[in-house]
Design a protein around this ligand. Sequence first.
Ligand SMILES: [Zn+2]
Length: 543
Amino acid sequence: MTRFDIRKRDGLARNGIFQSDTLTLKLPAALAVETLFPDLDTRDGTNLPLCAPSALVKRYPPHNNGQPVTIHPHLDNPAHSGDCVMVADWQTALLNPRNYVDWLIGLKEKTPVDTAWYAPASGLPSNVHILCYSGFDLFDFRAVDLKSAQMRFCIPEGEYPADALDSGICTCGGCREKNLKMHNRQALLHEIALVTRFIEESQLRDLVESRCRLNAAQVAIMRHLDNQYQFMERHMPVARSGVMRANSGESLQRAEVRRFAERVITRYLPPKTDVAVLLPCSAKKPYSLSQSHRKFGRAIAGRAHELIVTSPLGLVPRELECIYPAGHYDVPVTGYWDAEECAVITTILTHYFERHAYRRIIAHLEGGALKVARMAAEACGITLEYSCLEHPTSDSALNALDSALAGERRIKDDRLHGMVSYQFNIDLDTKGTTVRGHYPELFYSKKNVQIFSIDTGTGLLRPTFDGWNLIPEGYRVYIDDFIPEGDVLIPGVVTADPGIRDGDEVLVVGARAHATGRAALPADEIPRSRRGVAVRVRKIKRL
Ligand SMILES: [Zn+2]
């Protein structure tokens, strides 16, 4: 009997513990495969090429008794929760990015989630980042040993002639002993340790974006995966607590970035006003704590809806500025926006303004942000006003902004309404709500009963039971007839709303108890897993 407990997810990547009768293994890992699967060498049908035609694969199916269980794009899933599954020949997929992504998604969709994924003869220091990012967890030394036989020196940047061994590039035990095989194995283990660390910090994407630059096929794999937005979005947590580094062009296509823009366009409900000011972003997050935004705030004095134009997110309404990734991204600021950035962000602005009409839109912008605002205005046939002939924080620009708003009425600050619409997709009646606390740590009440608080790590709202009463549908996890003690585990879940993502605030609903908490995985993975936490519970209410 084997089992795989996922301890930490980062997109498709996982850190976890794999256990068989004889050993316990922290994944991701690389080890001499004989120690884990002693009879693998002698088993039939375990090495069918990935590109083999369907008829051939079906005529020679693998003999799947014991571990690992061979899975193949052309075969029905033979694996159960807790198995170690093996995708033979995966090293060939690395050379063919389009097939890599098609095969990966096909295999991931049909295989239980809590299975450990073994890619035999594939792991190198230069590729384990993308293999783990794709959801592989277990590797062997075959690929590095082969490189050693070919007199190639392996490092994360690639494979080089063996004389690099005494060049000072590496000072590991293998290099000190002039032992190429030992160095190559250690380099693989070292890189896996690094990847594990990045998964733990929820920042594997940042490592992949930097590592893949020396390998065109890896860049292509990352881009093809980004193009599979429906698949990737489902696996991406709604929030991380760390920084999202948007340092490359690919940031625009990250599922989290696209999801934010999509929700701003399709879910978010702006306050009742017909005057908007478009503002530049600030390096400091949330924006309103920056020097520049304090100045904008004084000039605007609540007389307009504030919309921040920024790359790569597109448009951040003031009410959403704390929510991940708006409160958490870091971008290189040059003032110059490239053509793709302009095109993508213009589309976001255009969709937003087509959906939400304003009587006046004042662009208090310069540079790339001003350019995309102009392009969007042209695309949807609206006229912008400009308050910014000099730098947006200059006295003359701020005075112009103030004068432009002369005579406009102060609008009601209703941050809660905007946040609830974005997070829960509902139009909440916020009449009679009061707020206390020190921004951004806020608490909302109605008739002196607390309904929401803000998680300052992620910027998301946390509803209390009274808050959930105001959210009529969605984000529910239905459990069996029991009272949870601590977290809700996967086997206790009957069904869950399909829109739930890892990290979402959810209401646990059962015949004998309700609970508030945070989803630990996306809804569609619950029926495909046997073990683990489904909801990290905050509060339980017996019925
Ligand atoms: Zn070394």
